[in-house]
Unconditional design. Structure first.
Length: 461
């Protein structure tokens, strides 16, 4: 399918050049049939060179070697020596003691029942007189009885649980706080550095020299087809400068000597007024009162053995006696008895010293001047190595360009960030502007779609 292009498209594909007729031949050399060439503007070539520029003049630096001190330690008595008296209280131990509050009681009663009444000693004596061995009788043995009951009374008794003793009370020593002045740094001389004074100055450095270039003009009588030729104008581009700042020495550095007064410190120390004292306090003995049951009078009984046969002449009184036994009653009393008596331990408290660090001058301050070399900075400049000129480059033309190629060009420009618009295969204003911007920023020949441009866009035919 044939594609017809407007005269405007054909005009765009013609070379847009900066004219330098003496450098371009009238026809391209080594051209082959079917190839299209155009005279295009080949941009000027530059190289970057560096130039050394002084930014700070030579000067000298003044440094101060500080005075040297040696550190000495001095002991100061802050608490004088004294004695510490520590009362050690007496220690006690608990002793458990079993006290019988009611003895074992063997009682002759009228029966073995729990509520039976006891018998008297008279009856027991009568039983003994009758030949009955009452002492060897066992609990549970029964006899006839006439009795007088036994009597008991309650008594109280004080039991000592803690002996009389003395307790000690320690009265601590008394101090007063006094002030003492010490020298921690002696008087000296100090050399103070007065720094140099600089001022900022500005200087303009040539970066790119003045130059003249050819730029394309427009003839109002030019046809759309471009048959009337090209218009070129020689334009002067002014030189480019860069302003740099320099530090210039205004006043050199100096020094001055200042008298430094001695440094003192007031510290507080303790002065002993009264030493430690001991006070003895008497403590009374401690007793516990307990109650006891004590026999007051024995019972009197007159008895016949209930198991023996009695003569008919004996009258049974109707009372029967039986030997019963009540176990002894005891109570546990805990006594607190003295184990180790109270005492006082004496401890010597040595005087307390505080170590104060002071500085003693060994050598005075010294002034040292060190020369400082001038500072330079490397400035980059652009130097032209070849001027802008016109040359022949192979381009796309009506014989070897179609919509497909233009569409590829538009797609490649869009991918590289140059807005060529929609890839519609039409060479409109947006595509032309994007193509021209890409060629200029890529340092490519401008004025046509060269094969060099296609290679930079990675397009193959």
């Amino acid at each position: 399918m044939k594609i017809k292009y407007s005269n405007l498209l054909v005009a765009l594909l013609l070379p847009l050049t900066y004219i330098k007729a003496q450098e371009a031949s009238l026809t391209p050399t080594d051209a082959k049939a079917g190839e299209c060439y155009a005279r295009v503007v080949l941009p000027a070539q530059y190289e970057t060179v560096e130039e050394q520029v002084m930014i700070k003049e030579a000067s000298e630096e003044i440094s101060i070697i500080p005075a040297e001190y040696k550190t000495a330690e001095e002991e100061i008595e802050v608490i004088p020596a004294t004695k510490k008296l520590t009362p050690i209280p007496a220690t006690y131990k608990e002793v458990a003691e079993t006290i019988e509050v009611k003895p074992v009681i063997r009682t002759w009663k009228t029966s073995l029942k729990k509520k039976a009444l006891p018998v008297s000693k008279t009856i027991l004596a009568a039983v003994g007189t009758a030949g009955v061995d009452l002492n060897n009788s066992q609990p549970g043995d029964c006899y006839k009885e006439y009795f007088v009951p036994r009597k008991f009374k309650k008594i109280t008794e004080d039991i000592l649980v803690r002996n009389e003793h003395n307790e000690t009370e320690m009265i601590p020593p008394e101090f007063e706080i006094v002030e003492k002045t010490i020298v921690i740094k002696p008087a000296s001389k100090e050399i103070i550095e007065v720094p140099a004074v600089y001022e900022e100055t500005e200087e303009q450095v040539l970066v790119e020299a003045e130059k003249s270039v050819w730029k394309k003009g427009q003839n109002p009588a030019q046809k759309v087809s471009g048959a009337t030729g090209e218009i070129m104008c020689l334009v002067k581009i002014p030189a480019k400068y860069k302003t740099i700042k320099k530090r210039v020495l205004k006043t050199p550095a100096t020094t001055k000597i200042v008298e430094v007064q001695e440094e003192t410190q007031v510290i507080e120390v303790n002065k002993l007024l009264t030493d430690t004292q001991i006070k003895n306090i008497p403590m009374p003995a401690v007793y516990v009162t307990i109650e006891k049951t004590q026999l007051e009078s024995e019972a009197s009984f007159s008895w016949h053995n209930a198991k023996d046969e009695v003569k008919d002449a004996l009258k049974y009184t109707g009372h029967q006696i039986c030997l019963t036994e009540e176990p002894a009653e005891t109570t546990e009393v805990t006594k607190i008895v003295l184990d180790v008596p109270a005492r006082v331990e004496e401890e010597v408290l040595y005087a307390t010293y505080e170590v104060v660090t002071v500085q003693k001058l060994v050598s005075e301050n010294k002034e040292v001047k060190t020369p400082i070399e001038a500072e330079y900075k490397m400035m980059k400049k652009r130097k032209k190595i070849s001027a802008t000129h016109v040359g022949w480059k192979r381009i796309l033309c009506q014989t070897n360009m179609n919509k497909n190629i233009i569409s590829k060009i538009q797609t490649a420009l869009n991918e590289k960030g140059y807005n060529a618009g929609e890839a519609d295969g039409l060479l409109g204003r947006g595509t032309k502007n994007a193509l021209d911007k890409f060629q200029r920023e890529s340092k490519l020949a401008t004025g046509g779609i060269t094969y060099e441009t296609l290679g930079a866009l990675n397009i193959t035919l």
